[in-house]
Write a protein that binds this ligand. Sequence first.
Ligand code: BES
Ligand code: MN
Ligand code: ZN
Length: 498
Amino acid sequence: MAGALKIGFSSYSAPDEGVLLVFAGPNLKFGPATQALLKPVADLVARAAAADRFKGKSGSSLDLVAPQGLKVARLIVVGVGADAEAKPDDKVKLGGSAFGRAPASAGEVTIVAEFPSGPLTPDQAADIALGAALRAYSFDRYKTKKKSDEDAPKQRRLTVCVDAPDKARKAFASREAIAEGVVMARDLVNEPANVLYPEEFARRATTLKKLGVEVEVLDKKALTRLKMNALLGVGQGSIRESRVVVMRWNGGKKGAKPLAFIGKGVCFDTGGISIKPAAGMEDMKGDMAGAACVVGLMHTLAARKAKVNAIGAIGLVENMPDGNAQRPGDIVTSMSGQTIEIINTDAEGRLVLADVLWYVGKTYKPEFMVDLATLTGAIIVSLGHEYAGLFSNDDKLAERLAEAGKLTGERVWRMPLGPEYDKQIDSKFADMKNTGGRMGGAITAAQFLQRFVDKIPWAHLDIAGTGMGSPQSDINKSWGSGFGVRLLDRLVADSYEK
Ligand code: BES
Ligand code: MN
Ligand code: ZN
């Protein structure tokens, strides 16, 4: 189940209802199977194309309502341009943009997965289906005034017509796991903070047990015993108790080092005593997008039975101002033993991650650690909403992440780290302070995190600009984007599964 869209594959055949989508190149060139399907309307399509000056350019389309000669309610010819061979994620995008051309009222949608140059491969057809599944997502749980059934069918169905439907169906299995993981992450990010507080977040992560994931929830008592005081300090102003959840997927060789994914899960970030301005503060319900991605990723890895050992660990807190809240000037002793002077209680994400990174590094000695966090506004100033910031102590890991970013379209841009930045986080009173001033704010935050990574290959992804409120795309119309699930799934699949 991927969202509200049911997906199937069939051989090339003319559907008798709904919307039919086909691909065309310049001069109204169709693939042979498409041409055969459109035979009864060849003349009509040619006349409509001429009337609409449709040239088959990529990004253009031709819309025919109730075409005489076909049973469908609508035929949409989607232009794919001349060069049909491009980046892999293009087929995912194409699936999203094509599916998006069908009106939301269409219950039955058929896409003929054939290019002017010939049939698409099973993998490409499955990519098209993935794109459609991602595009179909919308978060409407709290919309009580649903449109009439006619306007919005309860269950939408997509059929992808392809040369070898059995092979395409098989190829789609792993993509379906990806779509589910992305949907899970998006749901978590979109959910409001009165519903999704640390305990409830932990409960939702616990549902991964049904896929064979081991899930361990550390409550306040356990965290106190572990001396995670940096994390606990952030949550101490909230009536909602903090949690850390550790998810373990053992799909690899017994005893093989696990890959570790760590997420910032600030269920709501008011800033604490260093309170944020009111305007836009509602967006801080999404300050757990890193943790959401980790849960979505663990779902995907388990659902597609990835041949790898993986750990997902998330630090869940709520950052509130309160009589019991942490103050600027407070000094906390992190689990690592290093002391931190709190300068600004709004720089809370790094405090949460400091303890979780340390805990995971020491407990599991992983092959690598990748953390994801909506960590700084500064990364949005640097990179906007197009790229996530990538910081790493390991060139190989950084390269692999950049490559996975290119392949999935979830792009990352490497930023510097270095001892030159350390002086900005030196403290008068403690081992370090939790803010480094305005200059290079995303870098000093990463430099802070690095102090809690003991020689393990590590990468930090600052997803403040990409995890939520990023520009909508062909495959995402949702505020919470689910950024990182596809990126990290690809990293795992391409470099760590044998
Ligand atoms: N959660 C915010 C960062 C953020 C800002 C995420 C906008 C998404 C959109 C983080 O906890 C924060 O408040 N960072 C401060 C750090 C500063 C006090 C050093 C920031 O970026 O202003
Ligand atoms: Mn903050
Ligand atoms: Zn935050």
